[in-house]
Design a protein around this ligand. Sequence first.
Ligand code: UDX
Length: 453
Amino acid sequence: MMMKKKQDGEQTRGGVVLVPFPSQGRINPMLQLGTILYSQGFSITVVHPQFNCPDPSTHPHFTFESIDDGIPEEDISSWNIWNIIWGLNDNCEKPLKEWLDRRSSKMPDHGHQWRITCVIYDDLMYFASAAASHLKLPSIVLRTNSFATFLARAAIPLIKPQKYMTGDPVPNLQSLRFKDLPVAKVGLTEDFLRLIPLMIDTRTTSAVIWNTIECLEKPFLTELQKQCQVPSFPIGPMHKFAPDSTSNLANADTGCITWLDKQTDNSVLYVSYGSQVCIDEEEATEMAFALANSEQPFLWVLRPGLVIGSKWNEFLPEGFTQSVGERGYIAKWAPQKQVLAHPAVGGFWSHCGWNSTLESASEGVPMICRPISGDQRVNARCASHVWAIGLQLDNELLNRKEMESAVRKLMVDEQGKEMRQMAKLFKEKIQVSITQGGSSYNSLNDLVNFISS
Ligand code: UDX
């Protein structure tokens, strides 16, 4: 971390309570934020639901408290997102309030060295703001997405449903089409329309923290300033300020790094669809053929459960492994940040989750963008049409030829080289943002002062 770091044990600025949403893509940014604030002298307590708990041993200086979430096992194992979101917000406000109440009534000389200065919560855990405000504690929302996604979400309720899937431009949102809006594929509709105002509401919130960077979001800044009424702190990419802060829900295969060490610079295509999305067997099979036929080296993360109907890699065409031989490496889970920073990696075929998009841009790696749902469409559109560092696979159904052609364009052709150059430029700009005087660096200083005051 490039800001002046306090020594361990100098936690003199008070305590911050973090309330993450229990998914990989949202726990990590919250823990990174905790690590940053800890290094600035705050004590950190993570209050989390009982399932998908972060591993406390990865952050030994934090205190971890679990609260009763009441989510049935079958909703967790089938990842029934709506039951999980509504369930957490219905069930967790009371236990959080009770915990905060107990904790705030303890004075510093009763075994606790610090008072709670604020509660920072994921925007899906909006019950935390209500619990904090009940006890007159300030709360700050962490948005783990971009300005563009926030604005796109806010635009959805204003649009007639018949327009959702059209290619018409969204008013005031540069380059976004209606079909890029983060409309959840699963159960759009009432659930989604009910969630949006709850997520974007800041009536009981003192400020917003964003895991994003001004240099990426310039086209959306003016519109954001119009719509965001409380102070905003864009302090991304947080993984760069807190590189060692990760709590993996799966074990990473480090053998892929040894394999990458043997490959030439910019030659490998890294393929990963993050921690949550699923694809059907047909698309996965076409991907396998495209990777095999492209003749480019690749590292493919096949997360168990990624392909619907396959426990792991049973869908792979017969003879696939023999035909690609040493040219391909398949991992169940990879140390992604390390992979993207590896000189051998020259491209990333991604579902464009926001973390993956930020991590790729931060390392100057251009992308093949294959968004599956929600904010991934906004991120993919920004990568391809706003920042010019990505090639979007736009068709609903894709065949192996189209995919193979995209792989070659990115890894071999002039178009790929241009995108790689542009991505390297963003890498440099991002580096400037997090060093002294840069936008995220300054924002972080402002945030620390804001919380302290
Ligand atoms: C979810 C949503 O799907 C996404 O749209 C939203 O932007 C964030 O929440 P997820 O699908 O997991 O996230 O994708 P992403 O945001 O890219 O986060 C995945 C994280 O897991 C990244 O930090 C990535 O580095 C890590 N990862 C992924 C690994 O460490 N190893 C892997 O093999 C794959």
